[in-house]
Design a protein around this ligand. Sequence first.
Ligand code: PAF
Length: 282
Amino acid sequence: MQIAHTKEELRSMLSPLRGRKIVLVPTMGALHAGHASLLRQARELAGTEGSVVASIFLNPVQFDNAGDLATYPATPMQDLETCDSCGVDVVFMPSSDTMYCADRSVSLEETHLSSVLCGASRPGHFAGVCLVVNKLFNLVQPTDAIFGKKDYQQLAIIRRMVRDLDIPITLHGAEIVREADGLALSSRNVRLTPEHRQAAPAIRRSLLSAGEAYASGEPVDNICAQVRRSLESIPGVQCDYVELVDAQTLHEVTAPHRLALLAVAAWFGDVRLIDNIELSRS
Ligand code: PAF
């Protein structure tokens, strides 16, 4: 496995690999089993002929909250071991100064899908994601890229960016990886208090029972209210949003729908967790 810290190093490591599949997995580090699963899927997709590139870059531009950036876990040595054991060929690990010019003045904004769900409460977040992902696409020039479905809105926005800017990359969405008790894996889970860690699987449980209620014809408003009630009955938990949206447009649905997404963001103390479930009603 090779490690590139600069754009020049990355270019020279990638140049002999071009002409075959190059699968990119962008990450912000603090890799957990969910990332390992993305990396292994990338390895499988690339096959023995192709290559897997992982980027590890804690992108300051997408953090709307300085405290969240400052407390985001960083485990670079462990991350490199994870990449190596998952069959990554090249890791791109730039510093912030390497990635961004101090006087950068171009931004990139998706204006429709970004205005709802996490976008509504995290101004600038998705513009920062689009900017860094677009830069990574330009630097790595992968044939394929893999993103997890836990950040469902992020995946939808990146799909829109790829479509609208004619970026010649095939995107793949990977299923959410969970702890045995149902909590979706997240780099933020390590910051939960023991009480909140124990309570957090309630998110998955409430989404599953909402799925049953949806299938049995319960009105949409009741379903969202029930999820909110059950989560906010846990001490120290506050929902940011509980919304049922069209799985493609991410805009609210009020009536039964072909493919809907029930998405939740909730504060467990000062840790913001997100999760979602795809629902369909025949
Ligand atoms: O999902 C993430 O970890 C980040 O938003 C991404 C896609 C690596 C961009 O910084």
